[in-house]
Design a protein around this ligand. Structure first.
Ligand code: AHM
Ligand code: MG
Length: 324
C-alpha cells in the first residue's frame, strides 16, 4: 500500500522539473496538464468501447487514404479541445487532420500528435496509444504559426511522449533529460510515477516487424530478420506501435517498419510517430534510424511525411545497420 509521501504525481513531477529552470514560464507544464486531461478522457472512452457505439468505422478516410475509426475522431477532438482550452499551443499537427490547426497565436508551442495510434486494434481490445511531440515555435509569438514552426527536425523537440491504453494506462515522456513513466491510478484519477528514469537494455531478444511484408523488404532487412531467427529471438508484433514500442523499451528489442518495394518510405509518419519515439528511444539509451540517417535529423517536407524506421536497443540497431 502506497503512502501519500511515496507518491509522485505527474503534475508534481512536472512542477519539480519546471522548478529546475528559474526562467521557465510554466507554459510547457500547462501543455502537460492539457495532455494529461485529454489522455484521461480518451482512457475513459477506450474503456467504454463495446458498451456504447464508438467502435467501428467513422465512414470517412483521412488524407492518407486510411479508414478513420470513430474512436480516432473522438480522441482527436478530445486532445484538440483540451489543448485549445489550455491556450498554450499555437498550432497542432494531427494524424487525423489534413492541415495544420491554428490555435492561440500568442502561444509559443506547437504540438504534433497521433491521438489514437494502432486504431485497427480498437475493435479487438489490444493496447493502443496516443503519441505526442512538442516544439517551440521559431517565428515570433503574436503571429500565426507558419510552416517553419511546424516542420522542424526532431532534434528540435523539447518534449515527446506517449500514452498507452493497455492492461493499465501509462503516460511516458521525456523533455531531454531521461524518460519517466506514470501509471494512471484510477482510484485517485491521477498519473503516478511508476517507472522512473527508464533505460532500454543495450541488447534484447525481441524483434518486431510485420513479417508478412518479408518479400517486399530490401535484402539487408531480410538478412537481419533471418539472423534474428537464427539466434532464436522472439518475434513479437501487435501492429500497434505504442504497444510494440513500450514492450521493447522495457524488455529490450528492436522495432522496425522499413521501406518496402511498394512503400519506399515505409508506413509510419515522421512528425507524430517516428520523431517522438526516436526522442524517447535515444533518451532511454537506444538508437533510432531510417537505415540511412538518425530519425531526428530528417528534415520534414510535409506534415504527413513517412519515413522507414528501425529503433530500439542500441546493440540490435547497430547489428541491423551492419546488414544494410
Ligand atoms: P495508424 O496510425 O493508422 O494506427 O497506423 C500506424 C500503425 C502503427 O501503430 C503500427 O506499428 C503499424 O501501423 C502497423 O502497420 P501494419 O499493419 O502494416 O503492420
Ligand atoms: Mg498512427
Amino acid at each position: 500500500m502506497r503512502t501519500r509521501n511515496s507518491v509522485t504525481t505527474l503534475s508534481q513531477f512536472v512542477a519539480n522539473e519546471q522548478a529546475k529552470y528559474p526562467t521557465a514560464t510554466g507554459n510547457l507544464s500547462k501543455i502537460f496538464r492539457d495532455i494529461k486531461f485529454a489522455a484521461k478522457l480518451v482512457n475513459r472512452d477506450v474503456n467504454k468501447a463495446g458498451l456504447v457505439d464508438i467502435i467501428g468505422e467513422h465512414g470517412s478516410t483521412n488524407i492518407q487514404g486510411e479508414e478513420v475509426k470513430k474512436l480516432d475522431v473522438i480522441a482527436n477532438n478530445e486532445f484538440i479541445w483540451s489543448l485549445s482550452a489550455g491556450g498554450d499551443c499555437c498550432a497542432i499537427i494531427s494524424e487525423e487532420e489534413d492541415y495544420v490547426r491554428h490555435l492561440n497565436p500568442d502561444a509559443k508551442y506547437v504540438v504534433a500528435m497521433d491521438p489514437l495510434d494502432g486504431s485497427s486494434n480498437i475493435d479487438v481490445n489490444a493496447a493502443i496509444g496516443t503519441i505526442f511531440s512538442i516544439y517551440k515555435r521559431v517565428t515570433p509569438v503574436g503571429t500565426p504559426a507558419t510552416e517553419e514552426d511546424c516542420l522542424q527536425t526532431g532534434e528540435n523537440q523539447i518534449a515527446a511522449g506517449y500514452v498507452i491504453y493497455g492492461s493499465s494506462t501509462m503516460l511516458v515522456y521525456t523533455t531531454g533529460s531521461g524518460v519517466n513513466g506514470f501509471t494512471l491510478d484510477m482510484s485517485i484519477g491521477d498519473f503516478c510515477l511508476s517507472h522512473p528514469d527508464m533505460k532500454t537494455p543495450e541488447q534484447g531478444k525481441i524483434y518486431s516487424i510485420n513479417e508478412g511484408n518479408f518479400k517486399e523488404f530490401s535484402s539487408g532487412i531480410q538478412k537481419y530478420v533471418d539472423s534474428c531467427k537464427e539466434k532464436r529471438m522472439s518475434a513479437r508484433y501487435i501492429g500497434s506501435m505504442v504497444a510494440d514500442f513500450h514492450r521493447n523499451l522495457i524488455k529490450g528489442g528492436i522495432f522496425m517498419y522499413p521501406a518496402t518495394h511498394s512503400a519506399p518510405k515505409g508506413k509510419l509518419r515522421l512528425m507524430y510517430e517516428c520523431n517522438p519515439m526516436a526522442f524517447l528511444t535515444e533518451q532511454a539509451g537506444g538508437k533510432a534510424t531510417t537505415g540511412d540517417v538518425r530519425i531526428m535529423e530528417v528534415k520534414p517536407n510535409e506534415l504527413h511525411e513517412r519515413v522507414p524506421v528501425i529503433m530500439g536497443s542500441a546493440g540490435m540497431v547497430e547489428e541491423c545497420l551492419s546488414c544494410l
